[in-house]
Design a binder for this molecule. Structure first.
Ligand code: SF4
Length: 343
């Protein structure tokens, strides 16, 4: 199969893709700018969030933090709050750290050099390539899962996309297709085709601009590509939380551990043995993270007096909040859902 791609005219396919993009590319707010700050924010937000879901978040994030300096000077909690609803909070933490790096190391001006961009906290090769090509016109392919999928199909290429060598392999292939001086548009075109037409499931081959050249489509083998051999098996993890409340107030604290949900807020994870008599309800919540299947045991605890409630808060250095204050902080999704189910 690997040899079939020699029949295709790489550049011809790239030119076709670009022509399609110039007419059908999505008109998104960050498409009308070459401001590297905005492109960076959008790349990070849309890494794990669909455009339709993340657009309002992108707009409000940019409105509140319009430039690197504003973001760098913000409180971490506020950055997390503006990330609420997007999940994968480590992205927001890294954005904040990287904004500080830019202020400290580059005087607040976004670096232009690919390696400098790559050295920013939380920026991988894909994001660095997207910023370099879109904002600074560098001929660097922003290769991600969309590229792997489209290229594997167009060239009926059985190179294993889960291989550590996939990035280098597909980057080389893309460079052969990329029309000169059009790297930014080309990368955006590939993103749009991969997310709107050549989708992982049910690709819309009938309306695809590349269908005449696509080997997988013409051979009736679309479902065979991309080839992926390695599957990451999620691990199971059990967590216990105690929702300790009194008269609508409850206890929280900020997570510190460099593990899941770093820096988000949570409820107590243990209670004194004497508190067990105050447990009034128990619920098991199942929640999936990318590589973990969580089972969260939620216990609702109502101490019989305010002094008992407050002394536990003091001993455990917990903060006392009500539901309005709760909504001004960022919590893991299962905990947020739990509180919403109560109030
Ligand atoms: S023809 Fe189908 S499989 Fe081929 S690139 Fe287009 S959408 Fe993907």
């Amino acid at each position: 199969m690997k040899t079939k791609k020699q029949n295709a005219d790489f550049l011809h396919v790239g030119v076709k893709l670009l022509a399609w993009y110039k007419i059908h590319g999505r008109d998104l707010p960050f498409r009308n700018t070459k401001d590297p700050y905005k492109i960076w924010i959008c790349e990070i937000i849309f890494q794990q969030t669909r455009i339709e879901q993340g657009l309002n978040h992108y707009n409000s994030f940019i409105k509140r933090f319009p430039d690197v300096e504003t973001l760098a000077n913000a409180e971490n909690d506020e950055v997390l709050l503006y990330w609420k609803g997007l999940g994968y909070y480590s992205r927001a933490i890294n954005l904040h750290i990287a904004a500080k790096q830019i202020v400290e190391n580059f005087g607040g001006k976004f670096p232009e050099n690919y390696d400098d961009i790559l050295n920013l906290k939380g920026v991988g090769k894909y994001t660095a390539a997207a910023i370099s090509s879109i904002c600074f016109g560098k001929a660097i392919p922003a290769v991600d899962g969309n590229f792997y999928r489209v290229l594997s199909r167009v060239f009926a290429d059985d190179f294993d996309v889960s291989s550590p060598k996939a990035f280098a392999y597909f980057s080389e292939l893309v460079l052969k297709m990329m029309p000169e001086n059009e790297a930014g548009y080309f990368n955006e075109a590939m993103m749009d085709l991969g997310s709107a037409i050549c989708k992982p499931r049910n690709p819309e081959c009938e309306i695809c601009p590349l269908n005449k050249d696509c080997l997988a489509f013409n051979l009736g083998l679309v479902q065979n590509f991309p080839v992926k051999t390695k599957k990451t098996k999620p691990t199971d993890l059990e967590l216990i939380y105690y929702f300790v409340e009194f008269n609508g107030d409850f206890l929280i604290r900020q997570r510190k551990e460099d593990f899941i949900w770093k820096r988000l807020f949570e409820f107590p994870t243990e209670i004194p043995a004497a508190f067990e008599e105050f447990i009034i309800h128990h619920k098991t919540v199942l929640h999936k993270l990318t590589h973990k299947n969580l089972t969260v045991q939620m216990y609702r605890v109502q101490p019989d007096s305010e002094s008992v409630f407050r002394s536990f808060a003091e001993q455990g250095a917990f903060s006392i909040v009500n539901v309005e204050e709760f909504h001004r902080k960022s919590f893991p999704k299962p905990l947020e859902n739990y509180v919403n189910s109560i109030f």
